[in-house]
Design a protein around this ligand. Structure first.
Ligand code: FAD
Ligand code: ZN
Length: 479
């Protein structure tokens, strides 16, 4: 998208208006102060901006949006800037950083809800829930720095989706500043409300293109009192999937985590992560990391798990398994899974895909996509891992040993085509967790149903007719 040219006079007038309202300290223009807001950690995109505004209240956010509208200046909402697809990187215009909107407004343990402002760090929300003996289940590796507003704007996932759902499923109400500067107060804590369109879903997952989320009412859950973690070796992905189906049928609601690790992903962790130890004696074709948890301290989770695993062993579905004997051992098993991205980085260049297919087709997807990639580039090493229980596989590719890293990364587009074609042909999606941002815009154009894309453009036009909210993100430029 062509960048809008903002005349210097307009910039100055806008900055004067903003500074008068927010104070000098909260309108950043010095290059060194702005730098952290202009790129993200993978460094795929370098942005530029007129300034960074740091409003401290919803009314101030509305003021900033209204001022931008008046001056015709685009704006980019930014949370913790951990998004990884370029969604929060500005391409001109104003960055609106939400970090100062970080109040927990209300906790209602009986309604099982918490009302928080968008700039609250995810971990702070988890801790506030914990203080009233409740669980806020959204959990991801970036939880110490990402913000709940960013989580909702990207409909974040993570490792608890199997039982508790995506970020979208955890929201009862929203407060949003619209492109025209009005505030929509939809902070309802109702579990039932059938009064017309469910507007919150427009903004959840919209990556800052339809409105700025300033607060949310989130669902809380009973806190688990115990958990049981196991690590299982199988011959391959098909057996892992079969085990998943058996466990889900037998354990139902207490199955709160079911993750997949390919043999190669465990090998990388064992090789590169200090202190990581293979949990099983032998090596196997594929692994499952399983977690059962329950708010009932008397529930016999270990017994239930052993029963299913015992039968699976007899039937040849699994080859070996270990049950964590303590919380610390459980955490060590989880660390193996969580360390895969870091281990992969240490092994060299990686081309990443974040796809989903119907759960029943996960194994077939891994098989087909692996074969296609290995045929396209002999020596390529498939590092597949992820949330089997959600049908979401991080289908990452590690460069062949000895190949030059940049030469490998130049093939990213070709491998996108291969992998995404297979996922979509199987009824899948090209983006299961991280959204579209800038990185996958053209893939969206290619794969999204044209009628759906057209409806998305209609909504964008209706809610942001001047095209000022996070322009150039998500929606591909018109043909
Ligand atoms: P940002 O990066 O600041 O913004 C992301 C997008 O949301 C941008 O388009 C931005 O404009 C928009 N936005 C931000 N705040 C608002 C707001 N208040 N209103 C409107 N729009 C807004 N993602 C997963 O889904 N699952 C994972 O397991 C996961 N693991 C990760 C692990 C690591 C180590 C890292 C670095 C990232 C991971 N991510 C994961 C991606 C990322 O953390 C999430 O997408 C997160 O939800 C982004 O939050 P943020 O506050 O950093 O948002
Ligand atoms: Zn993930």
């Amino acid at each position: 998208m062509a960048e809008r040219v903002i005349p210097e006079q307009v910039r100055q007038r806008l900055l004067t208006t903003l500074t008068r309202q927010l104070g000098d300290a909260h309108v950043l223009t010095a290059p060194a102060e702005m730098a952290p807001y202009l790129s993200e950690r993978r460094g795929l995109y370098q942005g530029q901006a007129l300034a960074v505004a740091r409003p401290g209240t919803t009314a101030e956010v509305a003021f900033v949006v209204e001022a931008c509208r008046e001056h015709g200046v685009p704006l980019v909402p930014q949370g913790g800037n951990t998004g990884l697809v370029g969604g929060a990187v500005p391409q001109g215009g104003l960055v609106v950083a939400l970090a100062r909107l970080n109040r927990i407004r209300q906790v209602d343990p009986v309604n099982f809800t918490i009302t928080v402002e968008a700039g609250c760090i995810l971990q702070a929300v988890q801790e506030a829930a914990d203080q009233v003996d409740r669980l806020f289940p959204l959990a991801l590796a970036a939880q110490g720095s990402c913000q709940i507003g960013g989580n909702l704007a990207t409909n974040a996932g993570g490792t608890n989706v199997l039982h508790y759902g995506n970020a979208r499923d955890l929201v009862l109400g929203l407060e949003v500043v619209l492109a025209d500067g009005r505030v929509w107060n939809g902070l309802s804590g109702l579990r039932k409300d059938n009064t017309g369109y469910d507007l919150k879903h427009l903004f959840l997952g919209s990556e800052g293109t339809l409105g700025i989320i300033t607060a949310a009412v989130l669902k809380l859950f009973p806190k688990p009192r115990q958990r049981q973690v196991a690590f299982v070796g199988c011959r391959g992905a098909h057996q892992v999937l079969e085990l998943f189906a058996r466990l889900r049928a037998a354990a139902g609601d207490v199955l709160t985590g079911f993750e997949y690790m390919s043999a190669f992903s465990l090998e990388l962790v064992a090789r590169h992560i200090p202190g990581a130890r293979r949990p099983l004696a032998g090596e196997h074709g594929a692994y499952a990391l399983i977690e059962l948890s329950s708010p009932d301290p008397a529930a016999d989770l270990g017994g239930r798990l052993e029963a299913v695993l015992g039968r699976a062993l007899e039937d040849g579905v699994i080859v070996d398994a270990t049950l964590a004997a303590s919380e610390a051992q459980g955490q060590a098993l989880w660390r193996l899974r969580e360390s895969v991205p870091e281990a992969q980085t240490r092994e060299g260049g990686s081309i990443k895909h974040d796809v989903s297919v119907p759960v029943s087709r996960v194994a077939e997807f891994i098989e087909r996509a692996s074969a296609a990639c290995e045929q396209a580039l002999p020596g390529i090493r498939v590092c597949a891992f992820g949330h089997v229980g959600d049908g979401n596989i991080h289908f990452n590719l590690t460069q062949p040993t000895g190949m030059e890293k940049q030469a490998f990364l130049r093939q990213w587009g070709a491998f996108n085509r291969l992998v995404h074609d297979i996922a979509v042909a199987m009824g899948g999606s090209i983006s299961a967790e991280h959204g579209i941002g800038l990185l996958k815009r053209e893939e969206l154009r290619r794969y999204k149903d044209p009628v759906a894309l057209d409806l998305m453009r209609t909504l964008k036009q209706a809610l942001d007719p001047q095209g000022l909210l996070n322009p150039g993100k998500v929606l591909p430029p018109a043909d």
